[in-house]
Design a binder for this molecule. Structure first.
Ligand code: GAR
Length: 186
């Protein structure tokens, strides 16, 4: 496929969504190519995964959000990135960053937004006795886990569901949903 969208993935943690995206992007017909992985966490599993697949990585050290964002923007520019995918990236990007990167920024969140924004999602979902949970891919806006929804997938919550079992099921769902959302955009 010619003209794949030059993409950067931001990660903070384990990187299972990143891994799923890398594997999809290696398929000829998938519309993006991951050119760069950026992390704010040197010990992120995501950085190790990217290196294993031969993808450029950048760990950004910073003393302030502003410093992190200006370093990240300069990396995105250098690599002519046209799409940023947040995949377990645990920082809220500022309005300034979003304005300064003129292309799409998308995020995945493990709930049926607008319900359960923020952290500790699965525990809160179980506590509020929801019938369903799932995941959402959305455009990034300066408000946490907000912005226009691109795609959602849901599952039924079982009576004996635990945080661990729900997290496991939803991660599998996330891996499929992120790829589908990207295909729907390009
Ligand atoms: C995923 O469940 C993702 O939806 C969540 O962090 C996890 C990262 O897992 N993101 C958020 O909660 C963002 N608000 P991974 O590192 O294995 O992809």
């Amino acid at each position: 496929m010619v003209g794949k969208v030059r993409t950067c993935v931001f990660v903070s943690g384990k990187g299972s969504n990143l891994k799923a995206l890398i594997q999809k992007s290696n398929l000829y017909t998938f519309p993006i190519k991951i050119e760069l992985v950026i992390s704010n966490n040197l010990n992120s599993g995501g950085l190790k995964i990217a290196k294993k697949y031969g993808i450029n990585t950048k760990f950004i050290e910073f003393k302030s959000k502003n410093e992190f964002e200006s370093k990240a923007l300069s990396e995105l520019k250098k690599k002519q990135i046209k799409l940023v995918c947040l995949a377990g990236f645990m920082k809220v990007l500022s309005t300034n960053f979003i304005k300064n990167f003129s292309y799409k920024i998308i995020n995945i969140h493990p709930s049926l937004l607008p319900k359960f924004r923020g952290l500790d999602t699965h525990r809160r979902v179980l506590k509020s006795k929801e019938k369903y949970s799932g995941c959402t891919i959305h455009f990034v806006s300066p408000r946490l886990d907000s912005g226009k929804i691109i795609l959602q997938k849901k599952i039924l919550i079982k009576d004996n569901e635990t945080v661990k079992s729900l997290k496991k099921k939803i991660l599998i769902l996330e891996h499929k949903a992120y790829a589908e959302a990207i295909i729907s955009l390009f």
